[in-house]
Design a protein around this ligand. Structure first.
Ligand SMILES: Nc1nc2c(ncn2[C@@H]2O[C@H](COP(=O)(O)OP(=O)(O)OP(=O)(O)O)[C@@H](O)[C@H]2O)c(=O)[nH]1
Ligand SMILES: [Mg+2]
Length: 276
């Protein structure tokens, strides 16, 4: 599947973040807990220089708990401090708040800690800010590209900068684009939704066949991904007047249900999938 996007507005957003860096004490890099390592634009943060940073993987309630535990162990083994949060359940958000409050004490700031909240699109940066600040100041929404400019949001305890999502100028591996599109970090207008649905079904068939069975009552064993796609369309009655499958409607259903966790909790990649 080919994914292309116009990097102009991403480059502008990167520039804005760079401009604000000197005003901040720390950068909070937000990724998606369903794709650790793959959902952070590591090269960009390295290029900012020596700025203190922490990584927060959000939406942890949508992640496969067993696989998530393996990632947590992987980070513990590497002695990397990584936070896993969920803004809907509130899990882990208090730990990030404590870290920020601790900065003020540790460094004896006379003012509240200031953090830039940055990351790829749609991972929940703005909702994380609202949850941390206990207010609804930052605009949120379930499509990538909701936040357009940078905006400092103040609470009594810290200042947080909301920033637009930034994707890397190119993916390390072609599969990375599919991973990020599957979890909703790439605008749907720049990809083919039917191709994406097929990729999602192939992934589920490979890693989570039980979810295809339980959600769509389709037995994927022995079916190609396309046959499984058509079986889902048939099960759901997505048939056009001439008897053709309604591939488009089926794609929308599969993509939406996958991203929202309606199909089930998933993990897009495991530590052993990383290139050595
Ligand atoms: N289940 C779940 N949904 C979340 C969580 N955090 C955010 N969301 C939802 O994910 C969508 C994106 O959230 P935003 O906060 O707008 O994401 P963003 O990273 O600021 O997105 P851009 O500004 O477009 O880059 C919204 O529909 C949120 O309600 C979370 O922890 N769990
Ligand atoms: Mg936002």
């Amino acid at each position: 599947m080919q994914i292309q996007w116009y990097p102009g507005h991403m480059a502008r957003a990167e520039r804005k973040i760079r401009e604000e860096t000197s005003k901040a004490d720390v950068i909070i890099i937000v990724g998606d807990a369903r794709a650790p390592e793959k959902s952070v634009n590591a090269d960009f943060y390295k290029s900012i220089g020596n700025k203190r940073n922490i990584t927060v993987y959000n939406k942890s309630s949508l992640a496969d708990p067993k696989a998530l535990e393996r990632w947590k162990q992987w980070y513990r083994d590497r002695k990397d401090t990584v936070y896993f949060t969920d803004c809907v359940t509130g899990e882990g958000v208090g730990s990030v708040a404590n870290y920020l409050k601790g900065l003020k004490k540790t460094f004896k700031f006379e003012r509240e800690a200031r953090a830039i909240v940055a990351g790829i699109p749609n991972v929940g940066k703005s909702l994380l800010i609202n949850t941390l600040c206990r207010r609804g100041s930052a605009r949120t929404g379930d499509i990538p590209g909701v936040t357009r400019g940078t905006n400092w949001i103040k609470s009594d305890e810290f200042y947080l900068l909301d920033t637009p999502g930034v994707l890397p100028p190119k993916f390390m591996e072609p599969r990375d684009g599919v991973i990020l599109a599957s979890i909703g970090c790439v605008k749907d207008t720049i990809l083919n939704r039917e191709d994406l649905a097929l990729e999602i079904i192939a992934f589920l068939k490979d890693r989570y066949p039980a979810l295809l069975r339980s959600r769509y009552k389709v037995e994927p064993e022995g079916l190609t991904p396309l046959e499984a796609y058509e079986a889902i369309a048939a099960r759901r009655g997505f048939i056009l007047r001439g008897g053709e499958y309604d591939y488009e409607r089926c794609a929308s259903t599969v993509i939406d249900e996958f991203r929202s966790g309606t199909i089930g909790k998933i993990m897009m990649c495991l530590p052993e999938d990383l290139p050595c």
